[in-house]
Design a binder for this molecule. Structure first.
Ligand code: MG
Length: 249
């Protein structure tokens, strides 16, 4: 199928979808505290998404049983919300996807529950910074490998490791379009970015090694060594100039 270029009108719809995803994060940030369950966060997210005329795109995706992903501490991605109670010091990554008028928005943030460790703070800062470095690098005319390399360098310069088995992706009418966007790579390699490409950049960064494994629930991805992990993601659009972040208010 190849990489799908979006028209300005299509990007306009994706901006609306992205704003809804950002609104969910904005709402959940204020709700996250010790004692709340991840299932309660999921319910709040569903309400926020449906109130705005959108649909939670993760629900039922390949059989995923919830509407958002909540991944705590050593969990990397795809944690299933439920009865787990958040505790002081936990790191919780909240991944949200919404489809609005046929187009997708996809973003993730990591939030500390109350006060957390210095290591966790450093990991969150490095992961957020790696995403920002990727967004900054993602300009019309550069190679996709330049973006991957920028993300990897930012995390590794801070002595953290980037997950290899899960990657960012093109996004549009489908949540996962071409190309795949690894969080590691070589500058000058891969397809050249063009105006109208829309993609989800999403570094998953571990405090220990990069290897992961999947829990018996067949969804929750954890670090193989039990170290902490953080995840940030934005859906972006390539323009003639500054890259546009679509998943923002
Ligand atoms: Mg994604």
């Amino acid at each position: 199928m190849g990489i799908i270029i979006k028209s300005p009108r299509e990007i306009g719809v994706m901006r609306e979808a992205g704003r809804i995803v950002a609104a969910v994060h904005d709402t959940l940030k204020n709700e996250i505290r010790p004692g709340i369950t991840t299932g309660e966060l999921d319910a709040i997210a569903v309400r926020t998404i449906t109130e705005r005329g959108a649909i939670a795109s993760f629900k039922g995706y390949r059989g995923f049983p919830a509407s958002i992903c909540t991944s705590i501490n050593e969990e990397v991605v795809h944690g299933i919300p439920g009865s787990r109670v958040l505790e002081e010091g936990d790191l919780v990554a909240i991944d949200v996807g919404a489809v609005y008028n046929g187009f997708q928005g996809d973003a993730a943030i990591t939030v500390a529950v109350g006060k957390t460790s210095a290591e966790a703070e450093a990991l969150m800062n490095a992961t957020r910074g790696a995403l920002e470095a990727g967004i900054k690098a993602a300009r019309s005319g550069v190679h996709l490998g330049d973006v991957s390399a920028a993300i990897q360098a930012y995390a590794e310069e801070r002595n953290f490791s980037v997950v290899r088995e899960y990657v960012g992706h093109g996004i549009g009418r489908d949540m996962h379009e071409e190309p795949q966007i690894p969080n590691y790579g070589t500058s000058g390699q891969g397809p050249v970015l063009k105006k109208g490409m829309t993609m989800a950049l999403e570094p998953m960064v571990n405090a220990g090694g990069w290897r992961t494994k999947v829990l018996p629930d067949r969804w929750t991805v954890v670090t193989a060594d039990g170290s902490l992990s953080a995840h940030y993601e934005h859906t972006i659009a390539i323009t003639d100039g500054e890259t546009e972040i679509l998943t923002q208010l």
